[in-house]
Design a protein around this ligand. Structure first.
Ligand code: ADP
Ligand code: MG
Length: 604
């Protein structure tokens, strides 16, 4: 299909003026009826990649989506653009369910959303075989893999179910999880045929990243939330107990907030989720049980009250901010105690299973290095996902206020030289043993005691040395080779240090006395101070309540902000705003236009 035609569809159905990276290519690939695996970050705009082809091509698109609680919102968002979509799940009463089945048989819908469990029913499969399903979309496809963090066995039944259809539909698989094992599992278990694979860059330029060290966390959270009143935010905690504490603390401060964790009943959780998605509560305090499949695009901040288990988990959770592309903040509150808690949890599991979980330990150390680095935070995250060209971003707490640092080139050389001497053939543990002069029997035969810095750091603890080495990895002097037993190797920067052409610095640890008085970052979230924005948002909420849909289904924050900026004076001007398609122009835009036209210009 020609690019011009594609853009016309984009404008017509979604009101957007341009595609985001990879969207157009993914759409084309599916339209060419090629199996497609798309890996885009959270907020990258995956839904549109299959919704658009679903509208253009003939037949029905079956969308498999993990969470029943969110299906209604997903479908409402489509219906708000006058796209004929529906869902079938256990939340429907019998009459509605049968009515929808009849409409599906008549061909009244272009998209049908279901949860994977439905595919295990033979009567449902029988029904599906009458529907002319031409495309099957697997959303959150990482659920198919045990390597991912949300394994759902029922995802494994999808391929067999599709085989029962008269004709195999083209398959599109979508996820934000980029690890190779997950990618392989998706291709294998969905039986993708010569899939086209799209992976975009993982940068989210509208997100500001910050690490706050040594703050009094409760005070910080209260201050932060007060400074961002009226904005939607998620506060992630590592434990249920912490969720309850933060929740009670905010409730006492009269913040409209809800909480979410696995210890609460299903009903309570669903209610909390709905209140948050529908802007009835601006803040949700939650464990990592909350978030998958939440499409709320206008989350303006994600605070991590405690350290997550890995960079992967952190980026996924933090990435739930700012899906609409408008500015948003991701702030992690760091304390050494949290690391000890997480390490304790790992050790506990290890004792139960009797197996040392080096992978979990490494992930935690990498996370810790993120919190302690004096380099660009964004660069550090993107490097984790394999990026090599990472200049400082200028839009994170490290770039804005670099931490005071000291020169540690001498220490670094002891490590790098050792790595060089043992020919990059051993992992962190061996290097640490050599430096501490604490060799094991198996090391003796290898003559490690002849290393130049053997025992040179014997006074230091194993843990401190490991942490130091992780920091060199995070800062790009060393890297790990191989997945199962990672070996330490020198990067070009590391080699330069050995040659004496580069120095190494590390942040000076904060003295405990200075703790507590941490200032909030200057705000990077969207400028909510405009009184017009407040009025438009209020109108959006009223409209949403009347139609029983989440407010973002009417217009996203990004769209309202653009209205504030451009101050459209006619419907024609309105049509130029991104997110205002023909249907929304007629049905929703007039109310907003009226508010803008009658908004008094600020008296300066
Ligand atoms: P993902 O599933 O990849 O996390 P979504 O499909 O939920 O992301 O999209 C995130 C947000 O981005 C949604 O609010 C969507 O409307 C918006 N969006 C998607 N594509 C575009 C585009 N081309 N232009 C502007 N906004 C877009
Ligand atoms: Mg999605």
């Amino acid at each position: 299909m020609s690019t011009t035609t594609l853009h016309q569809y984009l404008q017509h159905y979604f009101g957007f003026t341009s595609f985001r990276p990879a969207q157009a290519d993914i759409v084309q690939s599916l339209l060419a009826r090629r199996d497609t695996l798309a890996i885009l970050p959270t907020g990258g705009g995956k839904s549109l990649c299959y919704q658009l082809p679903a509208l253009v091509q003939s037949g029905l698109t079956l969308v498999i989506s993990p969470l029943i609680a969110l299906m209604k919102d997903q479908v409402d968002a489509l219906v708000a653009n006058e796209i004929p979509a529906t869902y079938l799940n256990s939340s429907l009463d019998d009459e509605t369910y049968r009515e929808r089945m009849r409409a599906l048989l008549r061909g009244a819908y272009r998209l049908l959303y279901i949860a994977p469990e439905r595919l295990t029913s033979s009567s449902f499969l029988n029904f599906l075989s009458k529907l002319n399903v031409t495309m099957c979309v697997v959303d959150e496809a990482h659920c198919i893999s045990e390597w991912g963090h949300d394994f759902r066995p029922s995802y494994r039944t999808i391929a067999a179910a599709l085989q029962t259809l008269p004709e195999r539909p083209v398959i599109g698989a979508f996820t934000a999880t980029a690890t190779p094992q997950v990618q392989q599992d998706i291709m294998t278990f969905l039986q993708l045929e010569k899939p086209a694979i799209f992976v975009t860059g993982f940068d989210r330029p509208n997100l500001y990243f910050g690490v706050v060290r040594g703050a009094k966390k409760k005070d910080y959270v209260r201050m932060y939330v007060a400074a961002h009143r009226g904005e939607a935010g998620i506060i992630y905690c590592a434990t249920r107990k912490a969720v309850d504490e933060v929740y009670h603390d905010l409730t006492r401060a009269n913040v409209p907030c809800v909480r979410y964790h696995a210890g609460l009943s299903e009903t309570v959780r669903t209610r909390a989720q709905n209140a948050f998605v529908r802007d009835k509560a601006s803040v949700i305090v939650a464990t990592n049980a909350f978030g998958m499949g939440i499409d709320k695009p206008d989350v303006r901040y994600v605070l991590h009250y405690q350290l997550p288990k890995s960079i992967e988990a952190y980026y996924q959770e933090a990435g739930r901010a700012g899906r609409d592309g408008a500015p948003a903040e991701c702030i992690l509150l760091y304390s050494g105690q949290d690391v000890r808690t997480q390490r304790f949890l790992i050790e506990q599991t290890e004792q139960e299973t009797g197996v040392i979980d080096t992978a979990a330990r490494d992930r935690l150390e990498e996370m810790e290095a993120y919190c302690q680095t004096n380099r660009c935070l964004r660069a550090q995250i993107l490097q984790h996902f394999g990026a090599t060209d990472t200049a400082p971003c200028g839009h994170c707490s490290q770039c804005e206020t670099p931490t005071a640092t000291c020169d540690v080139t001498g220490d670094a050389r002891t490590v790098f030289k050792t790595v060089e001497e043992i020919k990059e053939r051993y992992g962190i543990a061996t290097v640490v043993r050599i430096l501490r002069g604490a060799l094991q029997a198996k090391d003796r035969a290898r003559e490690f005691e002849y290393c130049r810095y053997y025992g040179a750091r014997s006074g230091e603890s194993e843990r401190d040395l490991r942490r130091e080495i992780e920091q060199y990895i995070a800062d790009g002097y060393l890297y790990k080779r191989g997945a199962k037993y990672p070996l330490l190797a020198l990067t070009v920067s590391g080699e330069e240090v050995l040659r004496g052409t580069q120095t190494v610095t590390m942040p000076i640890p904060q003295s405990p006395r200075r703790r507590g008085a941490t200032a909030l970052p200057k705000t990077h979230a969207a400028p909510r101070k405009d009184p017009l924005f407040t009025r438009l948002a209020a109108a959006r909420k009223t409209l949403a309540e009347k139609r029983n849909v989440p407010p973002y289904v009417i217009f996203s924050d990004a769209t309202l902000l653009e209205m504030c900026e451009k101050r459209p004076q006619t419907l024609n001007d309105m049509a130029q705003v991104s997110g205002v398609g023909p249907f929304k122009l007629i049905n929703y835009a007039p109310v907003f236009l009226d508010l803008i036209q009658n908004h008094p210009e600020e008296s300066l």
